[in-house]
Design a protein around this ligand. Structure first.
Ligand code: F6R
Length: 606
């Protein structure tokens, strides 16, 4: 939700802290701030707005000191105001904290602190932490214990970092259910909500677990248990993402860069070891009941998976959105839950997986972020290796997840005899042909999507439709258009039209239809039937299809003849069409593409 950063060094940290929260900005970007320790205490600068603007306005770079913490916020408790931005100070201004998560008992803690004459400067839940530590210090606890006692009082989720004038070369940090990672440099140590906080400086990291805290200095770190202060031995992890991969590399937006990286992320998904794929396929086929889950885009990736398990393996594997799962799906011992998540930190998905484990179900995940909470929670994890996805909107990670689920579905089909080894080889070859197909498509078609977006960006209402495996593609495209172009868009199975939505059709509603290739005879015919129904009611349709014979068809106001692809992979080509359309609608409308309003990359709160 929010981004946390901290640096202890032998030299000034302000510039590095600034670049660190710029790299974390996708986690939240309504306000930001930093606190750098000087001889008199932490100097706090903060305000609302994007990091670059606030940094300029608040003269972040003029801060001097070798120890500092910084934060980029996505508001939960308290509006977007300068006072609610982090860091937060104690009353005596000797210590400052930054926090990510939600402290569910903050109201009670705050009331008790107010009774003890603490003055609060913000409406946030986070500020209680600074006052709790201060209160513990007043009662005589040494700083480290004052910090851990404060953490023990917190309910909910937190990752916290603190600096204090009493320990000018230290950062204290701790976590429960919100991610926190240490970066190990040379005479310089880092704290971050994820690797992007310090990937420019080091690839060596320590992933903190729930219930742990750390004391970090410029020459080392110690990790201990919050409960009793006992030291914990941690393994050092080497991150193979390079900092270059986190830069825009000449693209105007990360979203476009990440769309263009998809040939490579598909290759990476195809190079995930056969053992991992077999492991997931065994889990799914061997379970009494098996489910796929995710939320938002990853739910749609799971939904794509559901269709492929049916077509390739004759298996009914329902996809349930993780936020609704516990209400709509029975879950018990020996069930199998396969979760999909880019960040591996999404609250809804983690909550579900924790509950699944409690009930004795087996759990597995396809995850992008190495060391993330989900990746460490499940019984079986497959790392998709898509590299950092910086744009808040998920594109390359989602496609890679679909590829992995398709591989698992094909493998499950081979295992249960639905596919012969030769069919498996043929389908795998079709997947392997995808990177080249995608490269060609992106290079040749971007201009066309820009033109279509320019022509139709003034339409405020969109209906995206498809049948079969094109239905989840329609859902995903509608989500993309909503979140990045801020246009009202719905995704719907084309078959629903005559069950109600036809009443909406008029010449102000833009319909977009994903039409399967002609080799899928029945689906193609029925989908074109839906196009005709819209036309008959004076509606307007943009067609995304694979049929040369439809070129020039009067049924479409605009159309894109997509490059020919076998039925197995054609929905993925349609998905790319949806990505490009939403990207160009957003740029034509001047939207903040990489940081759409009100959204955050990793939603770690309920
Ligand atoms: C949409 C998008 C979100 C995420 C969702 C789950 O473009 O990115 O809908 O897919 O918040 O996030 P992860 O995959 O990190 O669990």
């Amino acid at each position: 939700m929010c981004g946390i950063s901290g640096i202890v060094s032998g030299e000034n940290v302000a510039a590095k802290l600034l670049s660190s929260i710029q790299n974390l900005e996708y986690r939240g970007y309504d306000s930001c701030g930093m606190a750098v320790l000087n001889a008199r205490g932490p100097v706090v600068r903060k305000n609302v707005g994007h990091v670059a603007d606030v940094a300029e306005k608040e003269l972040f770079l003029s801060l001097e000191g070798v120890t500092g913490i910084a934060h980029t916020r996505w508001a939960t408790h308290g509006g977007v105001t300068p006072a609610n931005a982090h860091p937060h100070l104690s009353c005596d201004k000797t210590l400052a904290i930054v926090h990510n998560g939600i402290i569910s008992n903050y109201a009670r803690l705050k009331a008790a602190l107010i009774k003890r004459r603490h003055k609060f400067a913000s409406e946030t839940d986070s500020e209680v932490i600074a006052h709790l530590v201060e209160e513990n210090r007043k009662k005589g606890a040494p700083l480290e214990r004052a910090f851990t006692s404060a953490l023990k009082d917190l309910e909910g989720s937190f990752a916290v970092a603190m600096v204090s004038i009493e320990a000018p070369h230290r950062i204290y940090c701790g976590k429960h259910e919100s991610p926190l990672i240490l970066g190990l440099g040379k005479n310089e140590f880092y704290v971050g909500s994820d690797f992007n906080a310090f990937i420019e400086h080091t690839k060596d990291a320590v992933v903190m677990d729930d219930g742990e805290y750390a004391v970090v200095s410029d020459h080392g770190y110690e990790v201990k248990r919050i409960r009793d202060g006992k030291p914990v031995r941690k393994t050092i992890m080497r991150i193979d993402w390079d900092s270059e991969a986190s830069r825009k590399g000449g693209f105007p937006h990360y979203m476009l860069k990440e769309i263009y990286e998809q040939p490579e992320t598909v290759r990476k998904a195809l190079s995930v070891s056969e053992d991992s794929i077999v492991g997931l396929a065994k889990g799914l086929t061997g379970a009494k009941r098996a489910y796929l889950t995710g939320v938002g885009t990853t739910y749609y990736a799971a939904k794509v998976g559901q269709y492929y398990f049916a077509s390739e393996a004759d298996l009914g594997v329902p996809a349930a959105s993780s936020d609704e799962f516990l209400e709509n799906s029975p879950l018990a011992k020996d069930d199998f839950v396969l979760a999909v998540s880019q960040s591996g930190e999404t609250y809804d998905t983690l909550r579900l997986v924790r509950e699944a484990k409690k009930r004795g179900a087996k759990t597995a995940a396809v995850v992008n972020v190495v060391g993330s909470t989900l990746s460490r929670l499940v019984d079986q994890v497959v790392l998709q290796g898509s590299g950092p996805e910086i744009c808040v909107i998920s594109t390359k990670a989602a496609l890679a997840q679909m590829i992995i689920l398709m591989r698992v579905a094909i493998e499950a089909g081979r295992m249960n005899g639905r596919l012969t080894p030769a069919e498996k080889r043929r389908k795998t070859a079709q997947l392997e042909a995808l990177p080249a197909l995608i490269s060609g498509f992106l290079n040749e078609y971007s201009g066309l999507f820009h033109t279509i977006a320019q022509k139709h960006a003034s339409r405020h209402n969109w209906l995206f439709m498809g049948r079969g495996r094109f239905y989840p593609v329609a859902l995903e495209t509608a989500l993309k258009v909503k979140e990045v172009a801020y246009l009202h868009a719905e995704g719907m199975p084309a078959g629903f039209l005559k069950h109600g939505a036809l009443a909406l059709i008029d010449d102000t509603l833009m319909s977009a239809m994903f039409v399967p290739g002609e080799s899928e005879k029945e689906l193609h015919r029925m989908t074109m039937g839906s196009v005709a129904e819209i036309n008959a009611r004076g509606g307007r349709v943009i067609g995304f299809h694979f049929s040369k014979s439809l070129r020039g068809s009067k049924l479409f106001e605009d159309q894109v003849l997509l490059p020919s692809a076998p039925p197995l992979t054609s929905p993925l080509v349609a998905l790319l069409a949806g990505q490009l359309l939403s990207y160009f609608l957003a740029t034509v409308l001047g939207r903040d593409v990489d940081k759409p309003r009100s959204l955050a990359k990793s939603v770690t709160v309920a």
